[in-house]
Design a protein around this ligand. Sequence first.
Ligand code: SAH
Length: 257
Amino acid sequence: MDGTVSLIGSGPGDPELLTVKATRLLEEADVVLHDKLPGPEILERIPAEKREDVGKRAGGERTPQSAINERLVELAREGKRVARLKGGDPFVFGRGGEEAEYLAAHGVPFEVVPAVTSAIAAPAVAGIPVTHRDHASSVSFVTGHEDPTKAESAVDWAALAATGGTIVVLMGVGRLPDYTAALDEAGMDPSTPVALIERGTWADQRVATGTLETIVAVRDETGIEPPAVTVIGEVAATRDTVQELLTNERTEVNGDE
Ligand code: SAH
């Protein structure tokens, strides 16, 4: 008999932000396929014998997506209850959509378990609301993974700059200099507040703040690394207003004080 696959979001990393449903399905699963993004606190709660790390292969290179897809189908065909645990929400930049399509194409029944995405949660725990009645009526979630100068870039940074809404960049630590330059060129105010939230909600979460003009230097000074989200827009300044009484704080790396 065929097993099933659950495409489960882990949330941003704090185990208390796992949904009740995710918690139940992880307990019921025969095998949990995951990478590192759910974070150590969540992963260490899953018995080691159930875990299969499909993030990195020996030698450090990424497991190809095709190998993960095939493994999901193989396990389901063995009759296993498979939990495919993905950081944040499974359908936000996690290639969950591709996995769903592959499962459907191979006749494997599956369910999707939505979750708290880091795109909203990481800013939130840093005191940054992604929308605000006075400052941002829209928010865009974009990948920072691509080269903004390449002609076929899928992200139109100039158009984003023109919306005046909040921009939340995922996978955007490495190319921060490229897209901040693209926004600057498109006429965005260089004093626009920008925040970097590294490992949001993890025990070792860090937050660094600056402006469109200074944030690359801030990144370099603080050594902010992936996984981190970049928040660009007036809302990022809300942090300054609320920070003193915000008890989500874990580590501050460059206070404005
Ligand atoms: N599906 C995930 C995103 C996967 S793409 C989600 O909904 O959150 C991977 C990117 O997510 C990382 O490069 C980083 O930008 C972001 N990310 C994931 N977890 C994060 C966390 N705890 N703190 C900050 N950024 C995180």
